[in-house]
Design a protein around this ligand. Sequence first.
Ligand SMILES: Cc1cc2nc3c(=O)[nH]c(=O)nc-3n(C[C@H](O)[C@H](O)[C@H](O)COP(=O)(O)OP(=O)(O)OC[C@H]3O[C@@H](n4cnc5c(N)ncnc54)[C@H](O)[C@@H]3O)c2cc1C
Length: 387
Amino acid sequence: MRATEQQRELRAGIQAIGPAIEAGHIARDHSGTFSETGWKLLAETGLFGLPFDEESGGLGQDLVTTLYVLEGLGESCRDGGLNFSVSTHMVSAGVPLQRFGSAGLKARYLPGICAGTTIGAHAITEPEGGSDIMRMRTTAVADGDDFILNGTKAFVSNGPIADVIVVYARTGKPENPAGLTAFLVETDSPGLTRGNPIEKMGLRTSPLCELFLDDVRVPRRNVIGSVGAGFLVLDHVMKREILCSFVINVGEMRNRLERCVEYARTRTQFGAHIGSYQSLANKIVEMKIDVETSAKWIFDTAEKLAEGEDVSIDIAITKLITSEANVRTALSAIQVFGGYGYTAEYGLEKELRNAVAGTIYSGTTEIQKQRISTLIGLHRAVKPTKA
Ligand SMILES: Cc1cc2nc3c(=O)[nH]c(=O)nc-3n(C[C@H](O)[C@H](O)[C@H](O)COP(=O)(O)OP(=O)(O)OC[C@H]3O[C@@H](n4cnc5c(N)ncnc54)[C@H](O)[C@@H]3O)c2cc1C
């Protein structure tokens, strides 16, 4: 994209603190520690409020500007888990509140989300299933002015540090798109408990846990949108989640590419720079193509979305291309760096571990392919099994 002066300034503001927020990222990955310091430094820049209304404490920027700045975050900060927590926070709680929240909900929660003092998360996936969300089992039953929530949620990113979690629950029959509702739930609500942080392969600095809801009473005013509109809310959120979290990966890929070019121009074997050998250079050329293809799909799709066009297929293609490109470029980078690429010290093996997660969250690679095949008229819907 061709950035304006203002967009460049916003991005430069984030990139200026990149070295401070990523400092110690390899040790934190090893211990699985979330960076509170990095979070606070990012909060001071106003990043968390970038796409939200100014009256709610945000910066009132459009989607494309938000993506451009988030790409800058990915390019300058190698704490991939922290980067992932940032997009999860902004998108999971801020985005649905901004678009569907009542005036009261926005006034109560958006300023804290913009300031980074109220950390957000969302809970969709359950132990019995993540791909087939229409059959989620968590229920919300109306009781006077409240709803009573019961169920278990798996894999809640930011869960251990969250103050508010947008919980998706069933208020109607399974498989009925109008049977889901989104609730904003405070994590100190009686009956809500969180499991211990889950050890995982990558994104280790982004904390993740299970969530247990045992007769959790949530006021009706905390419904986001309306009762039965949960699928609509989720669809809106998932499109932005894919764009925001994967544009960060594009920034991370750009940084990775630059390091590979630099290394290939300086590392000498057989009397010449390794980049002068075409088979090695081709790896880096393919990385460049992966980065630019991913960026193009993300920004083109964001522009179409902003113009109100149907981007159902574009989003699926974008997610698929970018997540797979992230894995491929991380693997190539390790090969370019040889033995050093395989060591923890260079941080590249961590990038590969982080990248693998992107092929699973926000809809797996297989589910994106299923969606594309349905949208082009090939796929026959999977027959529901008896519950
Ligand atoms: C790092 C990370 C962070 C996450 N953060 C969150 C979060 O914040 N909130 C949240 O709610 N969830 C989160 N998730 C969960 C994630 O969304 C789910 O893991 C994902 O949707 C897949 O669901 P599942 O794990 O239940 O796998 P399943 O749905 O059981 O799938 C298992 C395998 O079967 C394949 N499969 C399933 N159905 C089909 C089909 N019809 N055709 C072909 N293949 C199929 C899948 O592609 C996959 O390979 C996170 C996951 C990870 C890894």
